[in-house]
Design a protein around this ligand. Sequence first.
Ligand code: ASP
Ligand code: MG
Length: 445
Amino acid sequence: MDVLKFGGTSVANADALRKVIAIVQERHVSSQRLVAVLSATSGTTDALLALARAAGRGLFDEVAMRVEDLRDRHFGIVDDLISGGAARLSTRERVSSMIDSLSSYCQGMAFLGECTPQSLDEVASHGERLSTTIVAGALQDAGLNAVWFDARSVIRTNDAFTEALVQFSDVVRLTEQHLIPTLQLHDIVITQGFIGSTADGRTTTLGRGGSDYSAAILGATCGARTIDIYTDVSGIYTTDPRLVPEARPVPAMSFREVRELALYGAKVLHPDTIEPAIAKSIPVRVLNTFQPDAPGTIITAEQPTDVAIHAITMLKQCLAVRSVGASSSRQAQHIADASGFPVVLQLSWLEGSLMVFRYRDAEHAEHIKAAYENIAEHIDDVVTIVAVGPHAGRADAIAEVARIAAPFEPLAVTSGISPVSVVGVVNERGGLPVVRALHDQLVGP
Ligand code: ASP
Ligand code: MG
């Protein structure tokens, strides 16, 4: 059994959905049974949250307008996607009754003039419920043995609405009870990411972007062979393609490397969300809905050792604070501890120390600078560059990074906390050239 997850852009409109359906059809031929976990169509979760807030403020007209927008948008997709008359009609009816109950619910909220976290979740859950209804209808219309499945019957959570915590052992039991039997009767199960429910049947959500997490949980509890996260890029890249046009997807990397990249600012999938899959040694692939033949990136618990360095990332908005002398260094440390400034890197030696902080905005940067003004020898605007790879922690790899960065006078080059990373700190202006040089010489064109 395989789990496929499709994000918001993959289900954004009828064109994208045709690609999703083609992928599911093809995978169905080549594989065993499938569970497809879907996000809401892109923009819909935001629209639903805005709807809920309008309802909470008692804005009946706005509520009506927003509900009809959602109805039009989803009807438009159904009509564009499903050609068969009967299938189109029955899918339209299902969409319509979901929107009708959403509408009554929001009117109730508007009467009360109240928008609680619980009602936010109830309203937001409609995005995934609608997208899966449409896809299940289209697959049935294409003659496949596909079924719509309510994720809330298995994704059991606590009642921390909007950021609910999954109760894993309950999910294992409920999967056995409800999902496995459904998979025995149907080739393809279409279900929702992001949503769950409490033991007493109230709808919850797992937090924004929670669909990857849903896919990993279901993959882990069903014992999937692989979990494929379909998105709109062809995997995890060797570096940001906007910085280095030669960047390309990394074929395989370890979970630890992904964690390190995310920690240092790379826009990769959130590592925590796939942790349940990695814990069960289920490989997670990042694939592109719009280029389904591209190999993508496979993320594994084990460390692939094909090359020394896989990827390079750059964390902007950093300040380096250098202190000279044992007492200044101690004071610098005290300030860091007391203020809770976000520390990216910290090095100390007998006669001094270097601390690198990440700031949120100009005001935050000023705040950090002011705190160190009278203690630090130097405060510099810097970037933190991190190379990750199987051998990144080795002395020869660190020396290599130091050699390449040398013309830009790095403030530091050192091994990261994890053995799969090496960290360099350079002046802001040197950031891009160093990333390019490292990519060129260590990752290769
Ligand atoms: N639809 C939800 C969101 O936009 C969950 C997801 O897409 O992962 O946050
Ligand atoms: Mg989304």
